[in-house]
Design a protein around this ligand. Structure first.
Ligand code: ADP
Ligand code: ZN
Length: 743
């Protein structure tokens, strides 16, 4: 539709950040009989597709976006509310609007909820930015009675223009009144400027390190892709420490030289600070972070910098994917395999996959980097849809660590102990050499299960079908699913015996306790999401490890990713089999990825590293592949397995999760959905069946799984399916396309 046609009707379609299925119609400002001179709304701009506008909906004032497409035909007597204001901010770009439509259709979310992710803080763009008063020397200078204080103030103001009144007073060592008087006398002029901080710009011409031949080849491909200003996908696969970051930095440099913006996605906020520091060292200027821990002021400032183009490079968690860039030139998804890219609450989407979609809509290249690529990306690379760039070696003299499996059937630790003799010996040796060790166990808390020694009663969450986990550091029992907390009771609620509760199995706190007993001389640190709650704490802890103030680092998956500790030479994985059990079709892939990442922490500098995997099933394909460093073999075997089962990436999967407080209603909803299930060649609906966590946060849960061949449009199919069913009112339905979590 032409821009002309867009205004013809005088009706605007406005998408609002609320869960509505479609944009709503409003009268354009200045149209219609109600807007005589003087009575019209304050419209600063002519609206165009993407313009931010203020409208009212059910008495609420909302900021929405003018959407594309034909306005609906309305009965002639229908009175539309008028757009109250058109903001002067840059409109939401066409590719971003298409992304909203695309993601909404693909994930079966309302476009309004997806829009909310593009405009996380509309007021940051629609309100004037905060300003501050700064002082400049007035030209010409009025005649003043000179004195020492005044001269000092004026000298400093001339030298350093742009200080505020209090800054200037402080710099000159005078009272605020002296400065104020100079303003009154006309010697200093107050100017209002934006309070947004000024950051030094990264320099695309700054020299990077001298690249190896493999690195050079990969970097060249990426730079060409950036220069081409076209959509392309590259899978950058390199072992941990091979220089993937250095390589994609070259592509960032190219985008900077072209004057365009870059978006880099990281899976964990915890990795951001180290990344920012490294970026600044490489480019002599700053990147901007985007994640949930930013203060509101910083968020608003960052948003303004992104829309104005002032933020040249943005690094962030998955939510950064939807930000309204002024001129996006390329996207990087680092650790692209990471399950944290899957948003599991609210709008369920995979940021890695949607980043590829955004790159396509924006016509820019995207780099997916990982040591352990997802099977989806690997499959696309093998089919030639993605360029496949390989870095097979660690940088410099660093070697890949040696990986050994410890057969726990042959070396069982004492009952309720978890460090086997071979691992203990290896730790002793490492400490004796003055090197560092890491013990990894992906289980938070003290023990995964607490039971009564008298009657065997297990402490369970009242809201979930899950055990309560003891957290000794907090003196609490915790449910890891709903956050329920309780004190450990004195008496067993089942048999009444007192003080008989026993922890069962290892949690990371208990492991740290055992390590402290075994190695009383060693300086031990525990790192979990429970003990490290802020990015600062994490940065601080990482620094302590780097500075060798820690001998043994014990942690959960928070220690697995990305960090570079030169003196860390031993990694012990306490329960390598954890995560392999259960019916999750991604279990093998995920365990392999996680353990490869953990193993990759060992021996990253001159000293060689080793990794010990404690396992009760050392011949399991995942454990065996890790011990042989057989990435290729493992991935191919896993791909073949998926192909046999028609699982992604060879087929499509979608989960429908029904939840509600009333078990009977949930069951009824499941049956209704099953009765109305689509029937077609190449498509199967499994279930309803109780979800593995059949009771979660006080809600009963059932799930259906839709399995289809690749040629089937699952989203459309599900939309039609849901259109045929009227669910009971107390029941909620969530659709998870390409599920990662099978809880
Ligand atoms: P990855 O992202 O693949 O884990 P990094 O880019 O973090 O690897 O590189 C690992 C370490 O090796 C980093 O300290 C990095 O600075 C260094 N490094 C990698 N390539 C080079 C190079 N060509 N010259 C100098 N140092 C390099
Ligand atoms: Zn719970």
């Amino acid at each position: 539709m032409s821009a002309q046609g867009f205004f013809d009707t005088g009706i605007l379609r406005v998408l609002l950040p609320v869960p509505l299925g479609r944009p709503l119609s409003y009268a354009a400002p200045g149209s219609g009989p109600s807007s005589g001179p003087g009575s019209g709304p304050g419209f600063g701009e002519m609206p165009q597709p993407g313009s931010l506008v203020r409208v009212s909906l059910s008495g609420r004032e909302l900021v929405g976006v003018v959407w594309d497409g034909e306005a609906e035909t309305l009965p002639p007597d229908k009175k539309l509310k008028q757009v109250a204001e058109v903001y002067r901010t840059p409109p939401l770009s066409a590719p971003l609007r298409r992304l909203v439509d695309w993601v909404a259709a693909y994930t079966l979310n309302t476009p309004g909820m997806v829009l909310r992710m593009c405009l996380p803080m509309p007021e940051a763009l629609t309100q004037p930015p905060p300003s501050r008063q700064v002082l400049h020397i007035a030209q010409p200078q009025p005649d003043l009675r000179p004195n020492a204080q005044r001269s000092r103030v004026l000298a400093i103001a001339a030298e350093r223009p742009g200080l505020s009144q209090s800054e200037l007073a402080e710099a000159a060592g005078v009272g605020a009144a002296v400065v104020r008087r100079l303003v009154e006398l006309g010697a200093l002029r107050a100017l209002s400027v934006s309070a947004d901080s000024r950051r030094s710009e990264p320099d695309g011409d700054a020299a990077g390190p001298h690249l190896s031949e493999d690195q050079q080849a990969a970097a060249q491909t990426l730079c060409k892709a950036v220069a081409a200003r076209q959509f392309s996908v590259a899978l950058l696969q390199g072992v941990t420490g091979s220089g993937k970051t250095e390589v994609y930095f070259e592509a960032v440099a190219e985008a900077l030289r072209m004057g365009r913006q870059c978006l880099v996605l990281l899976p964990e906020i915890a990795l951001t600070q180290a990344w920012l520091d490294r970026f600044e060292r490489r480019f002599g200027g700053q990147a901007w972070a985007w994640h949930s821990e930013l203060s509101p002021g910083r968020r608003a400032e960052t948003l303004r910098a992104i829309t104005s183009g002032r933020a040249r490079v943005v690094v962030g968690a998955r939510s950064a994917l939807f930000l309204p860039f002024a001129d996006l030139g390329m996207i990087v998804v680092d650790e692209e395999h990471d399950a944290s890219y899957k948003q599991e609450e609210g709008a369920i989407y995979n940021a890695r996959d949607m980043a590829v979609v955004r790159a396509k809509l924006e016509s820019v290249p995207i780099v997916l980097a990982s040591a352990t690529p997802s099977l989806e990306s690997l499959y696309n690379a093998r089919r030639g849809r993605y360029a496949h760039l390989l870095l097979p070696q660690r940088h410099g003299t660093a070697e890949m660590p040696k990986v050994f499996a410890i057969d726990m059937r042959k070396h069982p630790p004492a009952s309720q102990h978890f460090i086997s003799a071979p691992l203990r010996v290896a730790i002793e040796k490492t400490l004796a050499e003055g090197e560092q060790a890491m013990l990894f166990l992906n289980r938070r808390g003290y023990a995964p299960l607490t039971l009564c020694g008298a009657c065997g009663h297990r402490l369970e969450c009242p809201n979930c079908s899950a055990w309560l986990v003891e957290h000794k550091a907090r003196g609490r029992l915790l449910c890891h699913h709903c956050g329920f907390q309780a004190r450990l009771p004195d008496a067993c609620p089942a048999c009444g015996e007192t003080h008989r509760f026993k922890p069962c199995g290892p949690g990371v706190e208990r492991l740290a306790e055992e390590a402290a007993t075994l190695f009383p001389e060693a300086r031990l640190a525990l790192m979990t999401s429970d003990t490290m709650t802020s990015p600062q704490q994490i940065t601080e802890m990482l620094r302590r490890v780097e500075d060798r103030a820690v001998d043994i680092l014990v942690g959960t998956q928070i220690v697995a990713k990305g960090h570079h500790f030169p003196m860390l030479t031993l990694v012990g994985v306490i329960d390598a089999d954890l995560g392999l059990a259960g019916g999750d079709p991604r279990a093998a892939e995920r365990t392999w990825q996680l353990l490869t990442q953990v193993a990759g922490r060992a021996g990253r500098a001159e000293r060689p590293g080793s990794v010990l995997l404690q396992s009760y099933e050392p011949t399991h394909p995942v454990i065996a592949a890790l011990a042989r460093h057989d990435t290729e073999g493992f991935l191919l075997a896993e791909l073949a397995e998926r192909e046999r089962g028609g699982m992604p990436p060879f087929g499509r999967l979608a989960a429908l999760i029904i939840s509600g407080a009333d078990a009977a209603q949930v069951g009824q909803a499941g049956r209704l959905l099953a009765q109305a299930a689509p029937m077609a060649h190449g498509l199967r609906v499994l279930g309803p069946a109780p979800a593995p966590l059949s009771f979660l946060r006080g809600k009963h849960r059932e799930r259906l799984l839709l399995k289809a061949t690749r040629d089937i449009d699952t989203a459309k199919c599900i939309a039609e399916w849901l259109g045929r069913v009227k669910l009971p009112s107390g029941v909620r339905l969530a659709v998870d396309i390409d599920p990662y979590s099978f809880l």
